[in-house]
Design a protein around this ligand. Structure first.
Ligand code: ATP
Length: 356
């Protein structure tokens, strides 16, 4: 079958003759194979995107390729990313995932946790937005051994970043017709750091009287998420709570292979699978679920304004996953990664795009 190259498609104004250049960072583990699926699907969907591939060697702690990756994202403005392993355990070596987020000031991470009809899961009808501070908190990576056997680790919370995240959350809630924002914290113990985060969100909440605001302690939040997740609408939290809560909710809706996450700053955007796993143990076995990375690529197309292409691909995904229930083993199915991707491509080829 010939790829559908839709020459008459109205393409949004973009760089380089109507096509967007996007940095692609496959990372380690299943990253490269998932990126291969994205490229295949984009080819058949005729998505007007050219990827600039930057391979970061997981075995090396050299920073040259990291600097190249950051330069490339600064040039293109947008990145699609897998997870980069940090092998080194020495304290001087920063996680390259953290370094990229910090250098680009991608201060907020947004995870739309939603159930997929037709996907077996512990909870159904979940629809929660997790908004996470993405550049500081417990990820400051400032640790030292003050005296033998005593290690100190700094959690950094700033008013300015807490304010940016809170404002982002309330704006997001207002624009997306959400009713409630819940701040997650441990201010009863970390009175200064989490106290500042909580106080700042309370202050910003006053500017949004149309949105309800409440708060919850992180440990109770984890219990409530498992027993009664439907009480949550939009949630905001610091960095480490964010990764834990994201993983809990992803577990509730079907695991690590389904949801995508968005990282935003004032200048750049980066899209990736929501739980940021490397998936080293399942790499090369043709069993990784391609949905999370394909969803990240759909988010990226939306961000670039290529709505028709993003809808074409998300519709094909929905038919494959929710209607035909072609599932990889992580969802209890028997399909290989390539069978799922082929079915998505079949739906793209069958789509009626004459109305475009
Ligand atoms: P690492 O040290 O490799 O980064 P991690 O904590 O990020 O580890 P992983 O082991 O990579 O976590 O992933 C956690 C679990 O999620 C594993 O069981 C993995 O197989 C599973 N997983 C992650 N991504 C996918 C996917 N796309 N499809 C199926 N399973 C996945």
């Amino acid at each position: 079958k010939q790829p559908l190259v839709k020459k008459t498609t109205p393409i949004p104004i973009a760089l380089y003759g109507g096509r967007h250049a996007v940095t692609m960072l496959p990372g380690g583990g299943i990253g490269p194979e998932l990126m291969g699926y994205v490229k295949q699907v984009f080819k058949y969907a005729g998505a007007p995107v050219d990827f600039e591939l930057v391979d970061i060697d997981p075995k090396s702690d050299e920073t040259n390729d990291l600097e190249y990756a950051i330069t490339s994202i600064k040039r293109n403005g947008v990145c699609l990313k897998g997870n980069i392993e940090t092998r080194s355990e020495s304290t001087g070596v920063q996680s390259r995932n953290v370094a990229i987020r910090n250098e680009l000031d991608l201060y907020v991470n947004v995870l739309h946790c939603h159930s997929y009809p037709g996907v077996p899961a512990r909870q159904s009808n979940i629809d929660i937005i997790i908004i996470r501070q993405n550049t500081e908190g417990e990820y400051a990576m400032l640790e030292h051994e003050s005296v033998d056997g005593v290690v100190e680790s700094m959690k950094v919370v700033t008013q300015s970043n807490s304010e940016r995240v809170a404002r982002f959350a309330f704006e997001y809630a207002r624009r997306n017709n959400r009713k409630k924002v819940t701040t997650i914290h441990k201010a009863n113990i970390m009175k200064l750091s989490d106290g500042l985060f909580l106080e700042t969100s309370r202050k910003i909440a006053k500017e949004y009287p149309d949105i309800e605001h409440n708060d919850m302690i992180i440990d109770n939040c984890c219990m409530q998420l498992v027993s009664n997740p439907h009480q949550f609408d939009v949630m905001i939290m610091t960095n480490l709570y964010g990764t834990i809560v994201s993983n809990v909710v992803c577990g509730l809706v079907g695991g690590a292979g389904l949801l995508s996450g968005k990282n935003y700053g004032d200048h750049y955007a980066m899209f990736e699978p929501g739980t940021r796993n490397t998936g080293t143990a399942i790499a090369g076995k043709n069993i990784a679920n391609p949905i999370a990375m394909l969803s990240a690529s759909i988010d990226m197309l939306d961000h670039l304004g290529h709505k028709q292409h993003s809808e074409l691909i998300s519709d094909a995904l929905r038919k494959t996953i929710c209607e035909e229930k072609i599932h990889t083993p992580d969802l209890g199915g028997t399909a290989t990664s390539t069978e799922v991707v082929q079915r998505v491509i079949d739906h793209i080829l069958q789509a009626d795009i004459r109305a475009w």
